[in-house]
Design a protein around this ligand. Structure first.
Ligand SMILES: [Zn+2]
Length: 478
């Protein structure tokens, strides 16, 4: 048992489950218990010991037969993109952005964003995600960004609304054929708008607001630097998309004479505050710079396969010292959450290295929890005394998941294990598969209505099809 913290406050004791703690001192506890008081974990250990220490005065919750693990951190998502779920299939990144996502984004209203935040956020919770770094880039006025931070908190989620920043149109944006409607503000205006968000919703709460200059290729370089400086000043993180597709690196090199990560290093803005989503096309010198600066890289293995972007170099990045965590990149790129991201990452790296020792289930769990916590800059990601109480209970007793001899492996290979309960910041937000805070049926109905209206408003109805038949399919029309 980890040393119990003494408290006079009410204690809840979750008992009888097997615990995947992610604590190297006791990674798996069979028939364990977690004592929670307020937002934090008081103690983790064998059920009998904790029952003795806290049982007499605790509220006791019977989790016999469950498997419990720290809540999963989705290091990079776009909740609003769920409005276009299943559309845009068959397009690689550039046409996917140009023909589908950027026109969709340009038409999203605040009401759409709120409706889909509730639906996609609920979906994330039901898939075991307890914290999300959500890159929201449509719309990005301070009122919408602050409202979405409150929406995220209203679902019980921890996380970040990373305000998507485009700034003025520059040559990189023209080369990427970006939708000019998204480039509406000067660099100074973007920083002022982000400051207004931070003033209205200061850092340190359950949900923070961070700056997210969208992409190293199509942003004004001065704006990228200004965002990193704002993050340092406010003691928060910042994120950008970097080196997702090979052609982005070529465009960047032709514009600035350096590869993207080396350019970021030269500006002095690679650090533990920095997180780069994707990071597939780094060379050896970039990997060295990213490792030396302890930069965060968010690996999105489902999205990278869906858009045929490439495979991240996991082992070299970890060996260099970079903090690589996992993300879903939202549900418009084929994913459905972090369990699936773990399985995809696990398999993809084995294939990249042609080596069954290239990954382990335990490493994937670490990336989805502890490494995600580092990225998030919060004391989560581990079942241990003193950590914030974010954890997820699974019921793996059914025939689909049995026999279950090595829990870490069973969880990662399951793809979509059944999540029954979710605790965040010490509060039960999902109980027996239902939100304790919102009305599921209304959230689904409102989300569907918003998605359908948006498809018409954005002129994307032609992307909706019942059956997509490739040329060689027996179902293709002659
Ligand atoms: Zn993304």
């Amino acid at each position: 048992m980890t040393d119990p913290i003494q408290t006079i406050d009410p204690v809840t004791l979750y008992e009888g489950a097997d615990l995947l703690t992610l604590d190297p001192a006791q990674p798996l506890i069979r028939n364990g218990a977690i004592a929670v008081s307020g937002a934090r974990i008081l103690a983790v250990g064998p059920q009998r010991e904790l029952a003795k220490a806290y049982g007499a005065r605790a509220q006791r919750v019977d989790w016999s037969g469950r498997l419990v693990l720290p809540g999963l951190v989705d290091g990079h998502s776009h909740l609003f993109q769920s409005l276009g779920r299943t559309l845009g299939d068959g397009l690689s990144l550039l046409p996917w952005l140009e023909r589908f996502m950027l026109p969709l984004a340009a038409n999203v209203t605040r009401a759409d964003a709120i409706a889909i935040y509730r639906l996609a956020g609920l979906s994330s919770l039901l898939l075991g995600t307890t914290a999300i770094i959500d890159n929201h880039y449509a719309p990005v006025d301070p009122e919408t960004i602050v409202t979405l931070a409150h929406e995220m908190e209203g679902l019980g989620l921890r996380g970040v609304v990373a305000r998507g920043i485009f700034g003025p149109m520059v040559e990189g944006g023209r080369r990427m054929n970006c939708d000019p409607r998204l480039f509406r503000h000067s660099t100074a205006e973007e920083i002022a708008l982000t400051r207004a968000c931070l003033a209205a919703h200061p850092p340190g709460g359950l949900v923070e607001i961070w700056p997210m200059p969208e992409n190293v290729v199509y942003l004004d370089p001065e704006l990228m630097i200004a965002c990193a400086e704002l993050a340092a000043e406010q003691k928060i993180g910042w994120q950008t998309h970097c080196s997702e597709s090979k052609f982005e690196v070529e465009i960047f090199k032709s514009l600035y004479g350096l590869r993207p990560a080396l350019w970021l290093e030269a500006q002095g803005i690679l650090s533990e505050r920095t997180s780069l989503a994707h990071g597939i096309w780094f060379d050896a010198a970039e990997i060295e710079a990213l490792g030396a600066s302890r930069t965060n890289i968010v690996h999105n293995p489902v999205c990278n396969q869906y858009l045929a972007s490439g495979i991240l170099k996991l082992e070299p990045l970890l060996a260099a010292g970079a903090n690589v965590s996992l993300g879903s990149d939202g549900m418009a790129v084929g994913g459905s959450g972090m369990f699936e991201a773990m399985k995809a990452g696990f398999l993809l790296q084995r294939l990249r290295e042609l080596d069954p020792l290239a990954t382990s289930a335990e490493l994937m769990l670490e990336m989805a929890t502890q490494r995600g916590a580092k990225l998030l800059r919060r004391e989560v990601g581990q079942l241990a005394a003193g950590k914030l109480a974010d954890f997820v209970a699974l019921d793996m007793r059914g025939a689909v998941h049995q026999p279950l001899t090595r829990p870490a492996m069973a969880v990662v290979m399951a793809g979509l294990p059944p999540v029954t309960d979710v605790v965040i910041n010490g509060a039960t937000v999902i109980s027996a598969g239902r939100s304790t805070l919102i009305d599921h049926d209304k959230v689904i109905a409102d989300g569907l209505q918003a998605a359908s209206d948006l498809i018409d408003r954005a002129g994307l109805r032609d992307l909706v099809c019942d059956w997509f038949a490739p040329a060689y399919s027996c179902c293709a029309k002659n």
